[in-house]
Design a protein around this ligand. Structure first.
Ligand code: MEV
Length: 321
């Protein structure tokens, strides 16, 4: 049996603007996606999105009868891995998600990183981080047709990851930022939908939206500085500023806005992580207020949990790749 794991992430700064070359900063979290691979005659993938059943055709092509939309990425990844390994072999994969899917914690990139690294190991091929990142990003683009490399890079490398103009830099985890609480609005978010929405805004008002992206870039640069200095109140102000721009871009929701205003006295700052249009937020908590913030979120019918950062990315059988 092969067991692989890739972490989820929170985007501290720069979602959406990163798609247009501006800086984004993400950090991986302890929770993520675990995949187990077992020997099997046919091909089967069990996940909370459903079950994919396929068989190896006589000409070694993958034979899939009917496949629902959410399971299509697996067909793409299996074909990609078979072609990379130059080998087809039956398997059963069981995917366990420790993070809510389609909620801004990069579950899609984590599934891809965990699945591809694990399946290649099952096929007897061990892959380096750079090559894995290329495969994860290519399969994300094949499927979503849009997006930046921030989610895949954070899932593969872990720690704190910066992407600016498509260039990736790894940084040590930020020092003590106190408690960070992730709040799940439980409104499903779709990267494709919100990325397209922001693109329409950009088409309507190129100068205005480019200026917003420039401001978001400046916020991410300032954010990176104050993280190093451990200056929580400045960091909180910057998170709130970034959130205001996300709201202007139309990716916040009423539920999220209400939650942000109710928890405001107990936090340094709060913002959406990921695509928005729902999904998760995270808050930098003042003093010992994390229970208070979780209580408020839960009273609003949302889920809330403490985030713990993780310093590294993908693992196969407990070993970093
Ligand atoms: C989604 O997690 C983050 C976006 O910036 C899209 C991307 O960077 O791929 C909205």
């Amino acid at each position: 049996m092969i067991k692989s794991f890739a972490p989820g992430e929170i985007i501290l700064f720069g979602e959406h603007s990163v798609v247009y070359g501006r800086k984004a900063l993400a950090v991986s979290i302890e929770k993520g996606i675990e995949t187990e691979f077992f020997s099997f005659d046919d091909i089967r993938v069990d996940s909370e999105l459903g079950t994919l059943k396929a068989s190896l055709g006589t000409d070694a092509a993958l034979e899939v009868s009917e496949v629902s939309e959410p399971l299509k990425p697996f067909v793409n990844m299996i074909e990609r891995c078979f072609s990379y390994a130059g080998l087809e072999k039956g398997f059963k994969a069981v995917i366990a998600s420790g993070i809510p899917v389609s909620s801004g914690l990069a579950s899609s990139a984590s599934v891809s990183a965990s699945f591809i690294a694990g399946l290649l190991a099952y096929l007897g091929r061990y892959i380096g981080k750079k090559e894995l990142l290329d495969m994860v990003f290519s399969s994300e683009i094949d499927i979503q047709k849009r997006g930046s490399i921030i989610g895949p890079a954070c899932a593969v490398y872990g720690g704190m990851v910066e992407v600016s103009e498509g260039v990736i830099k790894n940084h040590p985890l930020p020092g003590d930022l106190g408690d960070i609480v992730i709040i799940n609005s439980k409104e499903k978010c779709s990267t494709a939908v919100t990325v397209d929405m922001v693109k329409s805004k950009l088409d309507e008002d190129p100068d205005g939206v480019q200026k917003i992206f420039d401001d978001m870039h400046r916020i991410a640069c300032d954010g990176q500085k104050v993280i190093k200095e451990g200056d929580m109140s400045s960091l909180g102000i910057l998170l709130n500023e970034n959130q205001k721009y996300l709201k202007i871009l139309g990716v916040s929701t009423k539920k999220i806005d209400k939650c942000i205003s109710e928890i405001e006295p107990y936090v340094y700052g709060t913002k959406i992580t990921g695509a928005g249009g729902g999904g998760c937020l995270f808050s930098l908590i003042r003093d010992t207020c994390s229970d208070k913030v979780r209580g408020i979120a839960e009273n609003l019918g949302l889920d809330a949990f403490k985030a713990h950062f993780r310093g590294h990315g993908v693992e196969v059988n407990g070993e970093r790749i």
